[in-house]
Design a protein around this ligand. Structure first.
Ligand code: GLY
Length: 374
């Protein structure tokens, strides 16, 4: 098989790093990480599910590069992004005698990447870490760009630090172990990139999306590469989210309200909420006369094609009423000086950040979406 390999460079002065993308990278992890190390030893943080399915492959890859590893296996799931598991991880890293010159390897989805990255940010005031993301969502979003952290009882991701990884290894063969639902949830974030800044990429996804979901490896590599390129460009412009980085939150204000309403669990996965949130953001944009009504319709059609959740009617069980949803949106992190900021769009591939959104327009979009539930 010809080698499918792509590298995206994140050019942050003094903290540049590569995102390497392709199938079979776990097997090469040792060769790729060894040049970063003084002593050939790493500390791996992972979760139970990833450990059961893939840890042997990562450890074999590290050994092939002459690297030994110690492993901390945490419970799987969002509840792991807690103070308890965070302090457990930090104390474990200290007990492993991790030093400034050492490297922590975060091997898992967004939860592990966020938590292990944050632990690496604070142990000895910061040690380097390598992201080895195992979910599509982590490969295209959370493992790139240096946002690390845990949840507070008062809200998601309220505790954390910007700490860039030193390397990201996105092994696209690992995506073959995801359930179709988890894969498609991550695809919600892929579509987001087309919608926010690259209409040609959205066109391409309309054509290639079904093959990509069915396992076409070359298409998977291209989708992860383009997503990472776009994220890298935005993070280079605005690492700490003073402006443009907020574009990456397209669909997220609606999504966070829906996730809060459904208990951050199996009723609605994050990427599913992002896709639905993008539909609502485009509906709102159309209603404000910013884009044509064809744009949300086209997005809906593509998500339906992919077999994804599209409308609030696709969420099982009760939802709050329109005022309840609006209250949950008000608790979003993107509230600045009490004003809710939205990411709206002038069309597919042309999103922008604004606080200038009439409340009645948001209410009307949510009302219509809730009425479709019947
Ligand atoms: N996931 C959004 C960001 O990294 O800014």
């Amino acid at each position: 098989m010809t080698q499918l390999r792509e590298t995206v460079r994140v050019n942050l002065p003094g903290r540049e790093y590569n995102i390497v993308i392709g199938p079979g990278l776990l097997a090469e992890s040792g060769v790729l990480i060894a040049p970063m190390l003084g002593r050939k030893r790493v500390a791996i943080v992972t979760d139970e599910n990833v450990a059961a399915a893939q840890l042997h492959n990562l450890q074999a890859g590290l050994s092939a590069g002459g690297i030994t590893s110690e492993v901390l296996i945490l419970p799987a799931g969002e509840a792991t992004k807690s103070w308890d598991q965070f302090s457990r991880t930090v104390e474990w890293l200290i007990a492993q005698k991790v030093e400034r010159g050492d490297v922590v390897v975060a091997f898992g989805g967004g939860v592990i990447g966020d938590l292990a990255g944050f632990a690496a940010a604070v142990v000895r005031r910061g040690v380097r870490f390598v992201q080895v993301p195992s979910s599509l969502l982590a490969q295209v979003d959370s493992s790139v760009g240096g946002k690390t952290g845990i949840n507070s009882p008062l809200g998601k991701n309220l505790i954390g630090a910007f700490h860039q990884p030193s390397l990201v290894l996105a092994d696209t063969a690992v995506l073959g172990t995801l359930t179709p639902r988890d894969f498609l949830s991550g695809y919600g974030e892929v579509v987001k990139y087309g919608l926010l800044g690259d209409a040609a990429f959205f066109d391409w996804l309309e054509g290639q999306g079904p093959a990509l979901a069915a396992g076409d490896m070359a298409a998977r590599v291209q989708a992860v590469k383009r997503s990472c390129q776009m994220k890298a460009e935005i993070v280079q412009r605005d690492e700490t989210e003073q402006g443009d980085r907020a574009l990456l939150n397209l669909g997220h204000t609606f999504c966070h309200a829906l996730e809060a309403a459904t208990g951050y669990g199996d009723r609605l996965l994050h990427g599913e909420g992002v896709a639905m949130g993008c539909v609502l953001a485009f509906e709102l944009s159309a209603r404000m006369g910013l884009c044509s009504q064809e744009d949300p319709s086209r997005l809906r059609a593509h998500l339906r094609d992919m077999g994804m959740k599209v409308d609030l009617a696709d969420i099982d069980g009760d939802l709050p009423d329109v005022e309840g949803l609006l209250d949950l949106m008000g608790q979003d992190k993107k509230v600045v000086d009490g004003q809710l900021r939205f990411i709206l769009a002038r069309g597919i591939g042309d999103a922008f950040v604004t606080a200038d959104v009439p409340r009645d327009k948001v209410l009307a979009v949510l009302q219509d979406a809730l009425e479709l539930r019947g």
